[in-house]
Design a protein around this ligand. Structure first.
Ligand code: PEP
Ligand code: MG
Length: 591
């Protein structure tokens, strides 16, 4: 099955998490296979027919399992689709045709099934009837499943049971799949689709494993068993690397090792510019397991705790008590540094199978984050109470995601006050002065930032969403990634407006989106007046390294240039030039 590609071949995508790894590839299901015909020796024919039957049985089990899961969370219409798949799977005519090809032509089962089902698909696609034409798509789906079983491709649900370290290749990996990744077995991953700030990419950075998204058709072209090198600096996957390529990457590893040495030296130093401007540099986390990395990388607490990851990959949402234990554990471990807990931001590209979220046409513009929480007061109440209770035991702050207007903020705060009153009545301690902030990630929030600033203690700019909502460019869609430009003048003006509104009202403003962890953009953000940056633990040292080598004055000049410029690429080029001049070692030789 492996070795279909001979010689070195390079695939390109969008680099989303730095590092290099190499190893055996495992292609997750949905990959399409190049099926070759093999003539079987007479004595293998019975076994091949049996193998085919087993693949059908396994496929049937999988479909029933998916159907069960879908019917728990979606309408019965969606679950009914799988009835059609089951009927096709059990179609006697198709099965007999496959068996005939195996027995009479001595063909391998994958080739036989692929050939027979292709014939069916072609017939269905040619008919006038729309209903039947749609069945062609169903059959194509089903064929992929059967072939995956015949060819031994891993099902995505098997992610927890990988037997050896590998590079994952998939059409897509959902955040819930990525959240299951065990670093011991997954060296890195690459997907056909996705954007730099999709949650799958964010999780890769948080796991600190190399990753590439938007590699177009890679999941169709590679096969399980191929050998590849994944370069998360440059966004390349090199299959069957030559000795020369391996030698060059060996050199790169040496350069990176000496950079790591330099970064270790600043790791536990403050993030202060040469002329004394202190930037609060904190970390983004997804759960309590990230705390050791926060401490190891020298972050000053947590600037964004994405609590939704506590809700996914489980049967029931976590109870108040469970959440309390997690928040308390994190706060206690990081004391006296602060932990900013972001209330549940489910929806968009993050879904929890235990929450009843119907499929939407436009999930990023739909029932997400604070909108969802305000409509589910019991769920929200449990989280608010858990956060309040934990605030008695550590330095906790809290912020609401996706605030688009004052009403949402007022409603959320009203519920918070109710929770405080309950806890007082129950004599349960909490920090009366718990600081509440708002995420600024929707353009409307920027435009009313002066009003919001009078009602909160801080702003945290969610640039990942702010960019997608301002530029109307889906953060998860590689086809519009060229439009997703952090240095677009509109974005820089919005950041400046937010910071100015915060400072005019005596509160601070930070950035917790991915641009905050980009050493190229950090000086620009400092120059725009941002007080705090929060990013993945693994990039803290790089950002610190840059900040410690610049002057506030130079950063302000850079920001002034950017605010006067009309061109995103010109601004980016100036940022790159500035970062390379001030911290050349960070950008040395990227293979
Ligand atoms: C953001 O939008 O920048 C942000 C930090 O939140 P998330 O990435 O979780 O949407
Ligand atoms: Mg966001």
């Amino acid at each position: 099955m492996s070795g279909q590609l001979k010689g070195e071949k390079v695939f390109r995508g969008i680099a989303v998490s730095a590092g290099v790894c190499r190893g055996k590839v495992i292609v997750l299901r949905h990959a399409r296979h190049a099926i070759a015909k093999r003539e079987l020796p007479e004595n293998e024919i019975d076994a091949e027919a049996k193998r085919f039957e087993q693949a059908l049985v396994r496929t049937r089990q999988q479909i029933l399992e998916v159907q069960r899961r879908v019917s728990e969370t979606m309408s019965s219409n969606e679950a009914d689709i799988f009835d059609a798949h089951l009927l096709m799977l059990e179609d006697r005519v198709l099965i007999e045709e496959v068996i005939k090809l195996i027995r009479e032509q001595k063909a391998n089962a994958d080739y036989a099934y692929h050939t027979a089902s292709d014939r069916y698909i072609a017939v269905l696609e040619a008919v006038e009837d729309e209903y039947l034409r749609e069945r062609a798509a169903d059959l194509r789906d089903l064929t992929g499943r059967v072939l995956d079983n015949l060819l031994g491709a891993k099902d995505q649900s098997d992610l927890k049971h990988l037997a050896e370290p590998c590079i994952l290749v998939a059409h897509d990996l959902s955040p819930s799949m990525t959240a299951q990744i065990d670093k011991k077995f997954v060296l890195g991953f690459v997907t056909d689709i996705g954007g730099k700030t999709s949650h799958t990419a964010i999780l890769a950075r948080s796991l600190d494993i190399p990753a590439i998204v938007g590699a177009k058709t890679i999941s169709e072209e590679l096969e399980t068993g191929d050998y590849a090198l994944l370069d998360g600096y440059n966004g390349t996957v090199i299959v069957n690397p030559t000795d020369q390529t391996l030698f060059e990457y060996g050199q790169l590893a040496k350069v990176k090792a000496s950079l790591d040495e330099k970064l270790r030296e600043v790791q536990h130093q403050p993030a202060v510019t040469l002329d004394g401007k202190v930037i609060h540099l904190s970390a983004n986390i997804e759960d309590q397991n990230d705390v050791p990395a926060v401490l190891a990388h020298g972050a000053e607490g947590v600037g964004l705790f994405r609590t939704e990851f506590l809700f996914i990959n489980r049967e029931q949402p976590p109870t108040e008590e469970e959440q309390f234990q997690v928040y308390r554990e994190v706060a206690a471990a990081l004391k006296p540094n602060g932990v900013i807990i972001r209330t549940l931001d489910i929806g968009g590209d993050k879904f929890a199978s235990n929450l009843q979220l119907a499929q939407e046409m436009n999930p990023f513009l739909g029932w997400r984050a604070i909108r969802f929480c305000l409509a589910q007061p019991e769920l929200f109440r449990a989280q608010l109470r858990a956060i309040l209770r934990a605030s008695a035991e550590g330095n906790i702050k809290m912020m609401y995601p996706m605030i688009s207007g004052l009403d949402e903020l007022n409603q959320a705060n009203a519920l918070l006050e109710k929770c405080k009153a309950e806890l007082r009545a129950e004599k349960i301690p909490f920090a009366e002065n718990l600081e509440v902030g708002a995420m600024i990630e929707i353009p409307s929030a920027v435009l009313i930032a002066d009003s919001l600033a009078k009602r909160v203690k801080f702003f945290s700019i969610g640039s990942n969403d702010l960019i997608q909502y301002t530029l109307a460019a889906d953060r998860t869609n590689e086809k519009v990634s060229h439009l997703y430009e952090p240095t677009h003048p509109a974005i820089l003006r919005l950041i400046k407006m937010t910071v100015d509104a915060a400072h005019a009202n005596g509160i601070w403003a930070g950035v917790c989106g991915e641009i905050g962890g980009d050493p190229v953009l950090a000086p620009l953000l400092v120059g725009l007046g941002v007080d705090e940056l929060s990013c993945a633990p693994a990039v803290i040292a790089q950002v610190k390294y840059v900040i410690r080598r610049i002057k506030l004055e130079e950063a302000q000049q850079l920001a002034a240039f950017a605010l006067a410029s009309e061109s995103p690429s010109q601004i980016l080029a100036r940022c790159v030039e500035f970062a390379r001049q001030t911290a050349p070692s960070l950008f040395e030789k990227q293979a």
